[in-house]
Design a binder for this molecule. Structure first.
Ligand code: GLN
Length: 512
């Protein structure tokens, strides 16, 4: 296991040590951050090669199954060792030549399998794409790699990012590194677990209705939902295009700021990506930290019945800490919150039913071999390729869009979406600079506990789908543990393109 010290004064020599440290060291606040890597490489204490190899050892130890031991975490679906070591060698050559190192030099990263990387698999957690090898690289991944990151491999997720527990992956679920019989959350569960287990220092996930924030909360790491348009979606296998976003998982808020600085910015390959200038988030955070004078909203609707008392306590503790740090805490109302889950599940499924039409056995992926007619081939390919949840959503979405139901369901949902966005607009315009809420109603649940009850699973998205529908940014920051030892995240929401404020508030929560 990679040894991680405290902040910038760590002993990076530990990185080069070949004998594995105890597993638990990589869990919790002592986990490795981008500055650790930077110092290790810049001082020659460890090479990018050593760091990548160390991650692969950890992956072997913790991610894979070993006979007679607890099951592995199963965060990675595929590894790209040769490619990663070639990337690491380029960084080591730069360091040896005394050249300036790019901002993510040697940082080992993992990529959700819903994002493409040329030459690597991209299954999106689905059988349909089992043998698909990507022909192009997602802009987000390309930007990480151009900044010196080393891509270790691809990470498990719910099929087409539909789910909240990773149990909808066609390749078996990822397990929560803090409690292996619990889910890591979803859909980016592999991305959250990989960081939590010290198998990567940063990972990319995607968030359509909570898929970065909720697994970050369940696994005790930082997860960022950037503003819609902030990070390019090019190379993301689409679930619901008006909601899908790409964002990072990291071990610290500062690392999230660093990674966003690399990811953000206009991309001509994504028509919805914004021209909004990209601030130097990390530098700004170093300069302007603390929450003194910030107005922080606490929406009553997010603390109603159904919230687990331990989660409530953790979020209230974070709010108290912010108050003590000089923030002004204001109770606010976001009155349309209760309608967010139904609106989300109509809009997301409608868009999915259209996006997933391309998986037909012709253009991409799996083709049923024995069909005798074209229609039969489509039917059998899709039947064999898609799992139950994906089929359920295609059916729901097709229904919501069909003639006669469109006005009653899809159009209504769009109207509700507008009302939700207006709730946030009003709060940010008049009352507060940021909003603090729970991420999920409970800590991580057990594998199998909710998999037979899709409705219960959907309802648990109540605190995350609101920001998704409104297009605003959000951050999940670790806020402590339940009595059973499960992490609990705190959500910070901010106005469009105001990630800088999220980082300030997030860092204050992180400090406790
Ligand atoms: N849990 C939500 C869903 O199942 C969100 C998924 C996501 O953000 N990709 O749709």
């Amino acid at each position: 296991m990679i040894e991680a010290g405290k902040a910038d004064t760590s002993h990076p020599q530990g990185l080069a040590s070949s004998d594995a440290q105890t597993d638990n060291q990589a869990l919790g606040t002592d986990s490795l951050t981008i500055p650790h890597i930077r110092i290790a490489i810049a001082t020659g204490a460890a090479s990018a090669h050593d760091i990548a190899e160390q991650c692969y050892r950890t992956i072997h130890e913790r991610d894979e199954d070993h006979e007679g031991r607890e099951p592995g975490v199963h965060a990675f679906l595929s590894l790209a060792r040769e490619r990663a070591l070639a990337q690491a060698a380029r960084i080591d050559a730069l360091a040896a030549a005394g050249d300036t190192l790019p901002v993510l030099a040697g940082v080992p990263v993992g990529i959700k399998d819903a994002l493409t990387v040329t030459g690597l698999p991209a299954t999106a957690g689905s059988r349909v794409l089992e043998h698909y090898i990507a022909q192009y690289t997602a802009t987000s991944v390309q930007r990480l790699e151009e900044a010196g990151a080393v891509t270790l491999g691809k990470l498990n997720c719910d099929e087409f990012a539909m789910g909240s527990s990773n149990e909808n992956s066609a390749y078996g679920p990822t397990r929560n590194p803090h409690a292996l019989d619990h889910v890591p959350g979803g859909s980016s569960g592999g991305s959250a677990a990989a960081v939590a287990a010290g198998m990567a220092v940063a990972t990319l996930g995607t968030d359509t209705g909570g898929s970065i924030r909720q697994p970050a909360s369940f696994c005790g790491v930082v997860g960022l939902l950037p503003t819609y348009g902030r990070v390019s979606r090019y190379g993301l296998i689409a679930f619901a295009s008006s909601l899908d976003r790409v964002g990072p998982f990291t071990n610290s808020v500062r690392d999230a700021a660093t990674v966003l600085g690399v990811l953000a910015g206009h991309d001509p390959l994504d028509a919805t990506s914004s021209h909004e200038p990209v601030p130097d988030y990390a530098a700004q955070l170093a300069e302007e930290h603390g929450v003194n004078g910030l107005r922080i909203g606490v929406p009553t609707e997010y603390f109603a019945a159904g919230l687990d008392p331990e989660v409530r306590e953790a979020v209230e503790r974070a709010i108290d800490g912010l108050r003590e740090a000089g923030a002004e805490i204001r109770e606010i109302s976001l009155p349309h919150t209760a309608f967010a889950v139904p609106a989300y599940y109509l809009i997301a499924t409608a868009e999915a039913s259209s996006n997933l039409a391309r998986f037909d056995g012709v253009r991409y992926g799996l083709r049923a071999p024995h069909a005798t007619t074209l229609a039969g081939m489509y039917r059998e390919s899709r039947d064999a390729g898609f799992g139950a949840e994906v089929k359920r959503r295609i059916l729901l979405g097709t229904y919501a869009l069909s003639a006669g139901y469109y006005d009653a369901f899809y159009k209504k949902a769009q109207q509700v979406r507008r009302l939700l966005a207006q709730d946030f607009q009003a709060a940010f315009a008049n009352e507060v600079d940021a909003i603090v809420t729970p991420v999920a109603p409970t800590p991580a649940f057990k594998l199998g506990e909710k998999s037979d009850d899709p409705l219960a699973m959907y309802l648990a998205d109540i605190y995350t789908v609101t920001a998704s529908l409104a297009g605003i940014c959000g951050l999940s920051v670790p806020g402590g543990f339940s009595k059973a030892g499960l992490p609990i995240g705190v959500q910070v929401l901010g106005k469009h393109f105001d990630e800088a404020t999220l980082f300030r508030v997030g860092e204050a929560i992180e400090r406790g």
